[in-house]
Design a protein around this ligand. Structure first.
Ligand SMILES: Cc1cc2nc3c(=O)[nH]c(=O)nc-3n(C[C@H](O)[C@H](O)[C@H](O)COP(=O)(O)O)c2cc1C
Length: 407
């Protein structure tokens, strides 16, 4: 006896990020899934973000006496217990209505932090109130200096301690999956779509009840549209809000953003400031040396902007070569395993951010799902460093990597 155990429920918890992704996919209707998992054009950059890590092999030393690798590091002056934090995600409420407060609480309970997006589903003050620790704020520099200045002041007043200015959205990337299932009103209901939504009744019910699928800071500014949305009812109201906030974002989009604007933001925000969405070493050097940024996030927005831009792990070495000695360099895009984190750190990143992995956990289970994803990556990282015989994340450097195929 005792060889079998019967239990109700969904069975064995996911072992890895790929399995969390499957669980999220089952729970979400296409309208949310296409937003979360989609990429630009032919999704080449999206897939290379993941596959390019696999071109590196890890050195393995034996009998080193290492038994508890040290994973701690710091980002923006904040100590974090592992070199991984949560990337800014707009409208995370499409994954799960508990959205950013849940993600931020999960992050801090794991000893790390969330970068809150300007396009969040909850106001930045609501997230600050729902958490114990100070998190970081991502700024979309859109709508002119007055609007941007107000957001900066609100973020400071609410206790956010670092600013991440995203510079890779002069236009919204061509995400065709999102467009196919878009929010454009009137939302076309076909019998097939109605059936599909019925099959995802739990998500629909929560979207109706909590109305957290819009980008709230933009909705606040889309007054006329928001009024129209308020008059609509049911799922229509939620969709109308989401559409209104998206329209406001598109209207405020600043295609002509220049380094002068960013310099002005640098003067306005006194704390640590990072430029997110850098792939070119010249831009990285300008951001740090001329603008006075404390560092950069090497990012292509998770393959959602320019398809055929460089995979982030391929862009990283040249940027580290230019500014690595005098600034913090972070990376996001394609991190799915502990070995990916190790590769990024060995190539000079101080820490990494994950976007979709935490969204998968959030979509599947809310706050506990985000925590489980972070803990899965921590456990992989710890085990892999032990297998490599590497004592700490700070000991990782290029000597721990071997290009695949080289002997
Ligand atoms: C659904 C979704 C929404 C996003 N929204 C934002 C955003 O509001 N601001 C931002 O700077 N980046 C945004 N990003 C990009 C992420 O911050 C990050 O660069 C990317 O997700 C990293 O790639 P990964 O998903 O492979 O980890 C978004 C990404 C996704 C998947």
């Amino acid at each position: 006896m005792g060889a079998f155990r019967f239990r109700l429920g969904t069975g064995v918890p996911p072992f890895n990020v790929a399995e969390w992704r499957e669980r999220a996919r089952r729970r979400l209707p296409e309208v949310a899934w296409s937003y979360i998992d989609g990429g630009a054009d032919d999704r080449l950059t999206l897939s290379e973000n993941v596959s390019s890590f696999r071109r590196w092999r890890l050195r393995m030393r034996s009998a080193t006496g290492v038994n508890a690798p040290d994973l701690a590091t710091s980002v923006a002056g904040t100590e974090i217990s592992l070199p991984l934090a949560l990337a800014p995600i707009g409208a995370a409420g499409l994954a799960h209505w508990t959205a950013e407060p849940a993600a931020a609480r999960a992050a801090e309970s794991c000893g790390t932090r969330l970068v809150l997006s300007t396009a969040s589903s909850y106001r930045l003050e609501e997230v600050a109130e729902a958490t114990q620790e100070n998190h970081w704020f991502q700024l979309y520099p859109m709508g002119g200096r007055e609007r941007i200045g107000l957001l900066i002041d609100r973020a400071r007043a609410a206790g956010y301690t670092a600013l991440f200015v995203t510079v890779d959205v002069p236009a919204v990337g061509n995400r065709e999956g999102e467009r196919r299932w878009n929010f454009t009103l009137p939302w076309t209901v076909t019998p097939r779509r109605a059936l599909h939504m019925l099959r995802h009744w739990q998500w629909v019910y929560e979207a109706l009840r909590h109305k957290r699928i819009a980008a709230i800071h933009f909705l606040d500014e889309a007054e006329a549209a928001a009024e129209a949305a308020a008059k609509a009812s049911g799922l229509g109201a939620g969709m109308a809000q989401a559409e209104a906030s998206k329209e406001a974002l598109l209207k405020l989009l600043q295609s002509d953003l220049s380094w002068d604007d960013v310099r002005w933001m640098r003067e306005r925000w006194k704390g640590p400031l990072y430029i997110k969405g850098i792939l070119d070493p010249d831009d990285a050097a300008f951001a740090v040396d001329d603008i006075g940024a404390d560092g950069v996030v090497v990012s292509n927005h998770g393959g959602r902007q320019l398809d055929r831009s460089l995979a982030t792990i391929d862009a990283l070495p040249a940027i580290v070569g230019r500014i690595g000695e005098r600034a913090e360099v972070f990376l996001d895009g394609g991190i799915r395993r502990g070995t990916d984190v190790i590769t990024a750190l060995a190539l000079g990143a101080k820490a990494v951010f994950v976007g979709r992995p935490f969204l998968y956990g959030l979509a599947a289970e809310g706050e506990s799902g985000v925590r489980a994803v972070i803990e899965t990556l921590r456990e992989e990282l710890r085990r892999d460093l032990l297998l490599m015989g590497c004592p700490s994340v700070s000991a990782l450097d290029r000597s721990w990597l071997i290009p695949a195929g080289v002997r």
